[in-house]
Design a protein. Sequence first.
Length: 230
Amino acid sequence: MLSIFNGLRDVTLLSVTVRMLLAVVCGGVIGIEREYKRRPAGFRTHILICLGAAMTTLTSQYLYLQMHYYTDMARLGAQVVAGIGFIGAGTIIVTRRQRVKGLTTAAGLWTAAIVGLALGGGFYEGGIFATLLILMAELFFSKLEYRMLENAPEVNLYMEYTDKNCLESVLKLFRELNLKVLNLEITRSTGSEKHNACAIFSLRLNKRCRVEKLLAEIHATEGVMSVEEL
Protein backbone atom coordinates (compact mmCIF):
# COMPACT_ATOMS: atom_id res chain seq x y z
CA MET A 1 0.00 0.00 0.00
CA LEU A 2 1.11 3.58 -0.59
CA SER A 3 2.32 5.32 2.52
CA ILE A 4 0.91 8.65 1.33
CA PHE A 5 -2.59 7.45 2.23
CA ASN A 6 -1.73 6.05 5.68
CA GLY A 7 -3.00 9.15 7.47
CA LEU A 8 -6.35 8.89 5.68
CA ARG A 9 -7.27 5.32 6.57
CA ASP A 10 -9.20 6.25 9.75
CA VAL A 11 -12.63 7.88 9.60
CA THR A 12 -11.89 11.55 10.22
CA LEU A 13 -13.23 14.79 8.75
CA LEU A 14 -10.21 15.02 6.44
CA SER A 15 -10.44 11.41 5.27
CA VAL A 16 -14.19 11.67 4.69
CA THR A 17 -13.67 14.82 2.61
CA VAL A 18 -10.89 13.20 0.56
CA ARG A 19 -12.92 10.02 -0.04
CA MET A 20 -16.00 11.92 -1.18
CA LEU A 21 -14.00 14.22 -3.46
CA LEU A 22 -12.18 11.24 -4.99
CA ALA A 23 -15.51 9.53 -5.56
CA VAL A 24 -16.77 12.62 -7.42
CA VAL A 25 -13.58 12.85 -9.49
CA CYS A 26 -13.37 9.14 -10.36
CA GLY A 27 -17.08 8.84 -11.10
CA GLY A 28 -16.95 11.98 -13.23
CA VAL A 29 -13.92 10.78 -15.19
CA ILE A 30 -15.68 7.49 -15.99
CA GLY A 31 -18.89 9.31 -16.91
CA ILE A 32 -17.21 11.82 -19.26
CA GLU A 33 -16.49 9.10 -21.81
CA ARG A 34 -20.12 7.96 -21.74
CA GLU A 35 -21.34 11.57 -21.99
CA TYR A 36 -19.10 12.15 -24.99
CA LYS A 37 -20.77 9.22 -26.77
CA ARG A 38 -24.25 10.50 -25.78
CA ARG A 39 -25.16 7.49 -23.70
CA PRO A 40 -28.22 7.51 -21.38
CA ALA A 41 -26.11 7.49 -18.19
CA GLY A 42 -23.38 10.11 -18.48
CA PHE A 43 -21.34 12.51 -16.39
CA ARG A 44 -23.71 13.33 -13.53
CA THR A 45 -25.17 9.83 -13.27
CA HIS A 46 -21.76 8.23 -12.75
CA ILE A 47 -20.81 10.89 -10.20
CA LEU A 48 -23.97 10.33 -8.17
CA ILE A 49 -23.63 6.55 -8.21
CA CYS A 50 -19.96 6.60 -7.24
CA LEU A 51 -20.57 9.20 -4.53
CA GLY A 52 -23.58 7.33 -3.19
CA ALA A 53 -21.62 4.08 -2.99
CA ALA A 54 -18.79 5.86 -1.17
CA MET A 55 -21.26 7.31 1.32
CA THR A 56 -22.68 3.83 1.88
CA THR A 57 -19.30 2.49 2.96
CA LEU A 58 -18.59 5.58 5.05
CA THR A 59 -21.95 5.24 6.79
CA SER A 60 -21.25 1.59 7.59
CA GLN A 61 -17.85 2.46 9.06
CA TYR A 62 -19.30 5.36 11.05
CA LEU A 63 -22.06 3.25 12.59
CA TYR A 64 -19.59 0.56 13.60
CA LEU A 65 -16.54 2.61 14.64
CA GLN A 66 -18.07 5.81 15.98
CA MET A 67 -21.57 4.83 17.14
CA HIS A 68 -20.41 1.35 18.25
CA TYR A 69 -23.38 -0.38 16.66
CA TYR A 70 -22.66 -4.10 16.34
CA THR A 71 -23.55 -4.44 12.68
CA ASP A 72 -21.97 -5.98 9.64
CA MET A 73 -20.11 -3.19 7.83
CA ALA A 74 -20.27 -5.07 4.53
CA ARG A 75 -24.07 -5.40 4.55
CA LEU A 76 -24.87 -1.97 3.11
CA GLY A 77 -22.17 -2.35 0.47
CA ALA A 78 -23.60 -5.69 -0.59
CA GLN A 79 -26.98 -4.04 -1.15
CA VAL A 80 -25.34 -1.44 -3.39
CA VAL A 81 -23.74 -4.14 -5.54
CA ALA A 82 -27.10 -5.87 -5.95
CA GLY A 83 -29.25 -2.75 -6.21
CA ILE A 84 -27.20 -1.03 -8.89
CA GLY A 85 -28.40 -3.72 -11.28
CA PHE A 86 -31.82 -2.04 -11.42
CA ILE A 87 -30.29 1.21 -12.63
CA GLY A 88 -28.02 -0.59 -15.06
CA ALA A 89 -30.95 -2.54 -16.49
CA GLY A 90 -32.65 0.76 -17.31
CA THR A 91 -29.85 1.68 -19.71
CA ILE A 92 -30.12 -1.58 -21.70
CA ILE A 93 -32.57 -1.48 -24.59
CA VAL A 94 -33.43 -3.74 -27.52
CA THR A 95 -34.07 -1.71 -30.64
CA ARG A 96 -36.70 -2.40 -33.29
CA ARG A 97 -33.99 -4.13 -35.30
CA GLN A 98 -33.20 -6.55 -32.46
CA ARG A 99 -29.98 -4.75 -31.54
CA VAL A 100 -28.98 -4.64 -27.87
CA LYS A 101 -27.58 -1.29 -26.73
CA GLY A 102 -26.44 -0.03 -23.35
CA LEU A 103 -24.51 -3.03 -22.02
CA THR A 104 -21.24 -1.09 -21.72
CA THR A 105 -23.00 1.78 -19.96
CA ALA A 106 -24.64 -0.63 -17.51
CA ALA A 107 -21.29 -2.28 -16.79
CA GLY A 108 -19.72 1.17 -16.31
CA LEU A 109 -22.37 2.10 -13.77
CA TRP A 110 -21.78 -1.12 -11.86
CA THR A 111 -18.00 -0.63 -11.77
CA ALA A 112 -18.45 3.03 -10.79
CA ALA A 113 -20.41 1.82 -7.77
CA ILE A 114 -17.61 -0.61 -6.89
CA VAL A 115 -15.06 2.21 -7.19
CA GLY A 116 -17.19 4.28 -4.84
CA LEU A 117 -17.33 1.45 -2.30
CA ALA A 118 -13.55 1.09 -2.46
CA LEU A 119 -12.91 4.81 -2.01
CA GLY A 120 -15.49 5.06 0.75
CA GLY A 121 -13.70 2.26 2.59
CA GLY A 122 -10.34 4.01 2.30
CA PHE A 123 -8.96 1.69 -0.38
CA TYR A 124 -7.61 4.63 -2.36
CA GLU A 125 -5.13 2.67 -4.43
CA GLY A 126 -7.74 0.18 -5.61
CA GLY A 127 -10.31 2.86 -6.47
CA ILE A 128 -7.89 5.04 -8.44
CA PHE A 129 -6.27 2.11 -10.25
CA ALA A 130 -9.69 0.65 -11.11
CA THR A 131 -10.73 4.03 -12.56
CA LEU A 132 -7.66 4.06 -14.81
CA LEU A 133 -8.37 0.50 -15.98
CA ILE A 134 -12.02 1.35 -16.69
CA LEU A 135 -10.96 4.33 -18.80
CA MET A 136 -8.48 2.12 -20.65
CA ALA A 137 -11.22 -0.41 -21.38
CA GLU A 138 -13.68 2.23 -22.62
CA LEU A 139 -11.25 4.37 -24.63
CA PHE A 140 -8.54 2.08 -25.97
CA PHE A 141 -9.99 -1.43 -25.86
CA SER A 142 -13.00 -0.21 -27.84
CA LYS A 143 -10.71 0.39 -30.83
CA LEU A 144 -9.37 -3.15 -30.50
CA GLU A 145 -12.94 -4.43 -30.33
CA TYR A 146 -13.91 -2.62 -33.53
CA ARG A 147 -10.88 -4.06 -35.29
CA MET A 148 -11.82 -7.56 -34.16
CA LEU A 149 -15.37 -7.03 -35.43
CA GLU A 150 -14.04 -6.09 -38.87
CA ASN A 151 -12.39 -9.52 -39.11
CA ALA A 152 -15.21 -11.46 -37.45
CA PRO A 153 -16.22 -14.61 -39.37
CA GLU A 154 -19.92 -14.08 -38.61
CA VAL A 155 -22.08 -11.01 -39.18
CA ASN A 156 -25.71 -10.01 -38.63
CA LEU A 157 -27.40 -7.89 -41.27
CA TYR A 158 -30.72 -6.03 -41.26
CA MET A 159 -32.36 -5.48 -44.66
CA GLU A 160 -35.57 -3.79 -45.77
CA TYR A 161 -36.88 -4.82 -49.16
CA THR A 162 -39.94 -4.56 -51.37
CA ASP A 163 -41.02 -8.04 -52.47
CA LYS A 164 -40.27 -11.77 -52.42
CA ASN A 165 -38.26 -11.63 -55.65
CA CYS A 166 -35.81 -9.22 -54.03
CA LEU A 167 -35.25 -11.63 -51.13
CA GLU A 168 -34.60 -14.48 -53.56
CA SER A 169 -32.07 -12.31 -55.43
CA VAL A 170 -30.22 -11.59 -52.20
CA LEU A 171 -30.12 -15.27 -51.24
CA LYS A 172 -28.78 -16.05 -54.71
CA LEU A 173 -26.07 -13.43 -54.15
CA PHE A 174 -25.07 -15.18 -50.92
CA ARG A 175 -24.70 -18.47 -52.77
CA GLU A 176 -22.57 -16.85 -55.46
CA LEU A 177 -20.28 -15.35 -52.82
CA ASN A 178 -20.09 -18.72 -51.03
CA LEU A 179 -21.63 -17.35 -47.83
CA LYS A 180 -23.46 -19.60 -45.40
CA VAL A 181 -26.78 -18.39 -43.99
CA LEU A 182 -26.84 -19.44 -40.33
CA ASN A 183 -30.21 -17.91 -39.53
CA LEU A 184 -32.90 -15.93 -41.34
CA GLU A 185 -35.75 -14.01 -39.71
CA ILE A 186 -38.42 -12.30 -41.82
CA THR A 187 -40.90 -9.86 -40.30
CA ARG A 188 -43.22 -7.09 -41.38
CA SER A 189 -41.70 -3.63 -41.21
CA THR A 190 -43.64 -1.26 -38.96
CA GLY A 191 -41.26 1.68 -39.17
CA SER A 192 -42.26 2.85 -42.67
CA GLU A 193 -45.28 2.50 -44.91
CA LYS A 194 -43.11 2.25 -48.04
CA HIS A 195 -41.18 -0.85 -47.00
CA ASN A 196 -43.17 -4.05 -47.17
CA ALA A 197 -40.91 -6.36 -45.17
CA CYS A 198 -37.57 -6.69 -43.43
CA ALA A 199 -35.15 -9.55 -42.92
CA ILE A 200 -32.38 -10.24 -40.43
CA PHE A 201 -29.56 -12.47 -41.69
CA SER A 202 -26.91 -14.27 -39.68
CA LEU A 203 -24.09 -15.03 -42.12
CA ARG A 204 -20.77 -16.81 -41.97
CA LEU A 205 -18.26 -14.97 -44.15
CA ASN A 206 -15.22 -16.30 -45.93
CA LYS A 207 -11.78 -14.68 -45.94
CA ARG A 208 -12.29 -13.12 -49.37
CA CYS A 209 -15.54 -11.34 -48.46
CA ARG A 210 -15.46 -8.08 -46.51
CA VAL A 211 -18.50 -6.65 -44.77
CA GLU A 212 -18.26 -3.30 -46.59
CA LYS A 213 -18.16 -4.99 -49.99
CA LEU A 214 -21.04 -7.28 -49.07
CA LEU A 215 -23.22 -4.37 -47.94
CA ALA A 216 -22.53 -2.52 -51.20
CA GLU A 217 -23.50 -5.53 -53.32
CA ILE A 218 -26.68 -6.15 -51.34
CA HIS A 219 -27.67 -2.50 -51.56
CA ALA A 220 -27.14 -2.61 -55.34
CA THR A 221 -29.67 -5.45 -55.65
CA GLU A 222 -32.95 -4.34 -57.17
CA GLY A 223 -35.69 -3.99 -54.56
CA VAL A 224 -33.42 -3.51 -51.55
CA MET A 225 -34.43 -0.33 -49.74
CA SER A 226 -31.77 -0.35 -47.02
CA VAL A 227 -29.24 -2.69 -45.41
CA GLU A 228 -26.96 -2.31 -42.42
CA GLU A 229 -24.91 -4.35 -40.00
CA LEU A 230 -26.35 -5.05 -36.56
